[in-house]
Design a protein. Structure first.
Length: 387
């Protein structure tokens, strides 16, 4: 069996969490190998879509608001002037029914954290956004400095930067790790082709594949759900759905989110309810007719100007959910040098920079772990609490 050089840290998974972890490890002088079975931002990955929302609002969940603040600053610093077009400040509009508790909780948390926002009543919403069907909507909260990250390209940029800074990157499929007899951790991992890779520490940031690589430990704690996304073609010459006229939006009451016509790809919309459980390697990436019809009806109701608009693009990805929606960032319960970094749960992409810093702090500095991210807090039954 062939053996490579020994590394300080091997990171398995070159999505947003793994990429930022590798980048931060290199900044700390570690010898790093980053591997992925398909490539950064690949079509099967949860980090592989064209666009992802970055918003500060999380109801009363202040930890995620503060991480989103930190992450937005780090994304902007990383992009700088060399990588334009990877963040669009569209603003993010929260929509709610009369007395919506989540909108109220979000406003209180944003104020406490110093985030710029504006509260809008039904009359102001109708005046500013006549293209939105507001039946059942009575309140709104606008984060003007939030927006959209261009996900696939952003992940590729982070991995490229890690490599430029000295990390090694390879396309490899890793098989389920096996602890050496009498050892408290791993000494190596093995590829599907039989190559053995040695390291001091191993980080598994492989998203929807975590449960497949660690079936005994995570098979019942990671819930991979099918999620379908649609892009509607905007009528010719119609600017009502452009970024200048329509912010990115979320309406938990409808379990929906969407964003304006970015880069002329179309008006993006999805229903945020969890789909059926799937295998990320083999699930069909073709949208279902039933879901397409549900989305068409919803668009006709909420965005009547797109009632007859064609669907110009679709995407099928997956959420990698934990029982609560909180991240899983913790040691393997039986292998002290193996770390799980996942549980993005449909909201994780924006937090990549903060996750990378947190993981490196735990590995290299022995920083105290956040209880909400612990392995012990993850159940085998879903009770979604984070959105």
């Amino acid at each position: 069996m062939a053996t490579t050089d020994r590394y300080d840290v091997v990171v398995v998974g070159a999505g947003v969490f793994g990429g930022w972890t590798a980048w931060n490890l290199r900044r700390r002088g570690q010898k790093v190998l980053l591997v992925d079975a398909y490539g950064p931002g690949n079509a099967r990955s949860s980090s592989g879509g064209e666009s992802r929302i970055i918003r500060m609002g999380y109801g009363a969940d202040e930890i995620y608001t503060r991480w989103a603040q930190k992450s937005l600053a780090l994304w902007k610093e990383f992009f700088g002037f060399k990588r334009p077009g990877l963040f669009y400040e569209t603003g993010v509009l929260w929509l709610g029914a009369e007395g919506d508790a989540r909108v109220r909780g979000t406003a209180a948390t944003l104020a406490r954290c110093g985030v710029t926002f504006e509260e809008l009543d039904g009359g102001e919403l109708a005046k500013r956004y006549p293209q939105i069907g507001l039946d059942g909507i009575a309140t709104g909260l606008l984060e003007p400095q939030s927006g959209v990250l261009m996900a696939r390209r952003a992940v590729a940029a982070v991995v490229e930067a890690a490599v430029v800074n000295g990390a090694e990157y390879r396309v490899l499929e890793i098989v389920t790790p096996e602890r050496a007899q009498g050892s408290g951790g791993l000494t190596s991992i093995t590829t599907r082709g039989g190559e053995r890779i040695e390291a001091e520490q191993f980080v598994f940031a492989c998203g929807a594949w975590l449960g497949k690589l660690f079936p005994e430990v995570l098979g019942e704690r990671i819930f991979v759900s099918r999620q379908e996304v649609f892009f509607f073609g905007v009528p010719a010459g119609d600017m009502r759905f452009s970024p200048s006229a329509l912010p990115t939006f979320l309406f938990q009451g409808d379990e929906s989110y969407g964003m304006p016509d970015l880069e002329s790809r179309g008006f993006k919309i999805a229903l945020d309810r969890h789909g059926v459980r799937v295998d990320p390697d083999t699930q069909s990436r073709v949208v279902s007719g039933d879901v397409a019809e549900d989305v068409r009806r919803y668009v006709a109701r909420r965005f009547p100007g797109l009632r007859d608009a064609p669907i110009v693009e679709t995407r099928v990805c997956q959420y990698e959910n934990t029982s609560s929606g909180d991240f899983l960032i913790d040691r393997h319960p039986e292998m002290e040098n193996v770390w799980f970094v996942g549980g993005g749960s449909g909201h994780g992409f924006k937090h990549g920079p903060a996750v990378g810093e947190y993981v490196v702090g735990r590995i290299l500095d022995g920083a105290e772990g956040e209880p909400r991210f612990s392995f012990s807090s993850k159940d085998t039954v879903q009770r979604r609490a984070v959105y």
